[in-house]
Structures are given as C-alpha cells and as structure tokens.
Design a protein around this ligand. Structure first.
Ligand code: ZN
Ligand code: ZN
Length: 529
C-alpha cells in the first residue's frame, strides 16, 4: 500500500522521531486511522505531539556579563523594554538569557479561541534557556525550575536548592533573599529576574495580585573569577532602565542623570570597613563618583559601642574598651558626624536617619550612673542638663529631644548639607519613604522587611543588616564586618547599599573586596565615553 507523509509535527510515541505516515485503517467495528513510523516500524493509532516543540538552550556560552530576564508563554514582549535590553546587551557585550515562564490564562487576548499556549514570542526565542548552569563557583541560573507565574512569594522554600551557591530564578515579580550561611566572604542570595513580557494574568484574585506585582525588569550579573556582582534592572513604563551611570532606553544609550540617593548599609561608624569606604566614597569609580547622588542616607550612624547597654554587666568588654582607650562617648559621636561631613560632597545632602543605635545615647542618659563613669562625667552632665531644660508637656505626654541630635545641634557639629531626621519624621523621594530605620514595625511590633512591606507605601530601610527585597520594601545590609554581638551563628548579613536612580527605580549593590561592579572605566573607555 502506498503511504503518504502526514502531519509533520506528529511524532512516533515509541522512538520520538517525526517519521510518521498514514498506514491504512484498523478493522475494528469503529475503524480508526492507523499510522506507521518509518524509522522504527512501530504501528499506532495514536501518534503524539512533540513534548518540547519550542527549542530551548540548556547551556550558555561563557561570558563576563549576563543579562537575565523571564518571558511568559503565549505573551508578547514589552517592545520598549526589549529594545533597551538589546542596547544593554550590545553595550556590555553581554549574553542575554530569557528564562521561560509558563502560565495558562484562558481569558488571554493573545490566545483567544486557540488552545495552543506553548509558544513564546519570536524576539525571545534565540535567548530561551531552560537548563541549570553555574556562571561561576558562586552563582547559578535555575532555568529549569518552574515557578507558578502569579506566585506571591516566588522564592519561598528555595533556600537550600542551590546548596552554598546563589541562585537566579525566572519570575515576573521582583524579589531578593539573603540566606544565612556560616561563611561570610560572599553573600548567598536568591533572586528573581523580572519579566520582559506584558502582564497577562487571569481575572482571579491571584491573577490580579500577579498583575499588581508584575515588574518589567532583568538582572545584570558580572563575573570576575570567583566573585560575582548582581544588580536589579527595573524598567519604567517606556521600558527604559538605568544601570549604574548609564541609561538604556528604546531611543538609545546615554549617561544617566544623577541618582536620587544612596542608602548605605548600617554604618556603625566605629566599625565601618575600609573596603566599604573605598567602594562607596574613595575609589575612582566609587558609587559617589559614578552615581553622583542627590541624597545619602545613613542608618545606625553611631554604634554607641563606648557605653552600649549590652556591655553593662560585661567586665571583660569594659576592661577591653578601657585598655584600648575607646570609652569616650563624646569622641565617638563627634567622629561619626565628622565622617559624614567629610564624605558628603557639596552638591549632595546627607540625611542621618534616627536609628536604635543612635538612640542608645538616650537610654544611657536615663539609666547610667555618671558618678561611676569619670571618663564621661562631664559630657553626661552637660547633655543631661540640655535635655532636661527642653523637656516639655505635649498633647500626648512628655516630649524631649533626642540627645544625639540635640548635642550635634547645640555644638553645630554637622555641616550645612548634613541633616538629622528625627524619629517618626517622614522623608519621601519619588514615592519611596526613607524615614523608617526598620526597628519598629506596624502597631508596636518589631520591624521586619516583610511587615514594612505591607504598609501601603514603598520603603527603603536598614536595621536587620540583611539585603532583601519584599514587594515595595528594599532593605540595605551593613557597612561593617561581624559586630561583636553578632558573632557565632550563620549569618545572612552582607555589605550592601540600596540605590535609587533618577527614574525612581531602585537596586541593591553588594560590595565585595572593595568593588560593586566590574571595572567601570574600562567599559566606558571601550565605548569611547
Ligand atoms: Zn538598627
Ligand atoms: Zn545596625
């Protein structure tokens, strides 16, 4: 019997090749079409569709720079953002990676009357990657992990999956977790990519939340031996985004406008690490030089190590401080403020955010016995008198000035462009609140990044020394090494600052070995900038 090749997309259920041809009909009562595989001779009435009709990459070429985003199936890309991504790819000579995301939206405008959802728009096809690959010994892409596209906590329960390495998953909601590890040389992070496709969700509650959190974005990962630098690229409505000092838009690549702010990881000035100072202030391509921020925010500027209440019954630490000559409260305060004065450029304003360690001075004033503290007796009486003089009755009870701020003001310690933000005061830049240190949560609870993500406004905070992104709440890390009260267990802490770019979008920069990005001058020189 003559056989004709039929639908080429059908494959043999036994050997998987598409060598399927019609082979007469069955002789049962209800006659069925029979097929034959010309490869393996298998006969069947039920050939199947190929399992993976969209070709995906399972490995990636080695590159110094990767741009990683995610694309939902059966959904077009955001044309502007895609264009900007292509420009960034060229600028950085980067490998562009698109992780496929799957979601079935029966009400989608792009698949109406069409059952076929297993397709991706043509722009992303050459970049699709569904494998699992190490970019270096510290970070891997998990292209094979399929996370529900409308999931609210896309990184939930993923911490151990990558063992001691950081991991990137493809998802349209922006999220970052720092995972506690016993080693502190490099942070262990779990990150989502953001998406390059348009929002395409069902009209359910979960779909609505998915749409609300949909982020046009990507991650940039730079590889430097066994070190990696990762930064969020969050696009605006046009699809433009900023990375460091460059803006990538559908129209072109240009120098970005001055960043709005840098919010440093908790400073604890006495213990700030030199490599953090280098990356933030003194290197040629430091953050201050490259981003030229309008504002610099400082959390826990003071450590108050000199007379911290934690040391009250600890004679060994007390003796150690005496031996090292590190007991003078006045000196600690003045050195911390001098540091801010020196590090704030003329065209920038520093904001010292009221924090629990700064306020430890207040507690000391209430609880300490000056008679037993000859080193600080003079300062104690001086500042106690000032605070007492100004204590007053208000509508809600007795009010008094924060002694740290009061001392700085009466002594005129702060430069003109250095400002104190009192507890409870708000400071907003492009819809982001900066007045919350992070120690206080809603309704008297302890503050966490999670509970400060639920207050209906975007927040950039500090305090827990752990870089995190939960919904609209970005938390910085710290600017110090392991502080004495933190020593011991595994830690999720890292040296990390939150940046807000000129377009209002934020990113978290991690500082490793005095750097937060690959050598920028080379990149710029190469591009003739
Ligand atoms: Zn704090
Ligand atoms: Zn702190």
């Amino acid at each position: 019997m003559k056989t004709k090749k039929q639908n080429p997309s059908w494959v043999c259920p036994k050997c998987g090749t598409d060598a399927i041809v019609k082979d007469g009909k069955t002789t049962n009562k209800i006659s069925k079409q029979r097929f034959k595989c010309t490869e393996c001779e298998h006969r069947t009435t039920m050939p199947r569709l190929p399992l993976n009709p969209v070709p995906m990459r399972s490995t990636l070429p080695k590159s110094k720079v990767y741009l990683i985003t995610a694309a939902q199936n059966a959904t077009p890309v955001h044309a502007g953002f895609w264009k900007s991504l292509e420009r960034a790819k060229k600028f950085y000579n980067a490998e562009l990676v698109v992780i496929p995301g799957r979601y079935k939206n029966p009400t989608s405008q792009w698949t109406q009357g069409n059952d076929e959802h297993e397709w991706w728009c043509p722009e992303v096809l050459p970049h699709l990657f569904d494998g699992r690959m190490k970019l270096n010994d510290r970070i891997m892409i998990l292209g094979d992990v399929k996370i529900q596209w409308a999931a609210q906590t896309p990184l939930a329960s993923m911490d151990a999956l990558t063992k001691n390495m950081s991991g990137i998953v493809g998802h349209g909601k922006r999220a970052l977790r720092s995972i506690a590890t016993p080693q502190h040389k490099q942070p262990k992070l779990m990150l989502t990519t953001g998406a390059c496709t348009l929002p395409n969700y069902t009209d359910t509650k979960q779909g609505a939340l998915g749409e609300f959190n949909h982020c046009f974005g990507a991650l940039i990962v730079e590889i430097d031996g066994d070190v990696f630098f990762v930064r969020e690229l969050n696009a605006d409505r046009r699809g433009a985004f900023i990375d460091l000092d460059m803006e990538f838009s559908p129209e072109g690549v240009r120098r970005a406008k001055r960043a709005l702010s840098i919010s440093m990881g908790d400073v604890h000035h006495r213990f700030i690490l030199p490599h953090v100072v280098q990356a933030t202030f003194t290197a040629k391509d430091s953050m201050m030089n490259l981003l030229r921020p309008r504002y610099l925010f400082l959390h826990d500027l003071l450590d108050f190590h000199t007379r911290n209440h934690h040391h009250k019954d600890d004679w060994i630490t007390g003796y150690g401080k005496w031996k090292a000559g590190m007991e003078c409260v006045r000196t600690e305060i003045e050195e911390a403020i001098r540091f801010v004065n020196e590090k704030t450029p003329k065209n920038c304003k520093s904001i010292i955010v009221s924090s629990n360690h700064d306020r430890a001075l207040s507690r000391w004033l209430k609880e300490a016995d000056f008679k037993k503290d000859p080193v600080n007796l003079g300062f104690y009486l001086e500042i106690a008198a000032e605070v007492a003089k100004r204590a007053r009755m208000s509508e809600s009870g007795i009010e008094y000035d924060d002694p740290f701020i009061l001392y700085a003001r009466t002594q005129k310690l702060a430069a003109k462009n250095v400002q104190f933000l009192e507890q409870g005061k708000s400071f907003v830049l492009a819809d982001v609140e900066y007045g919350l240190h992070g120690d206080h949560g809603p309704n008297g609870s302890r503050g966490t990044t999670k509970n400060l993500s639920t207050i209906g406004i975007k927040v950039t905070k500090g305090h827990n020394h752990t870089a995190e992104i939960v919904d609209g709440c970005y938390s910085a890390g710290k600017s110090t090494g392991m502080l004495e009260y933190e020593a011991g267990g595994p830690s999720s802490h890292s040296n990390a600052h939150v940046i807000q770019y000129a377009n209002g979008k934020r990113a978290i920069f991690f500082i490793i070995n005095g750097r937060y990005c690959l050598n920028r001058r080379h990149a710029l020189a190469k591009k003739g900038k």
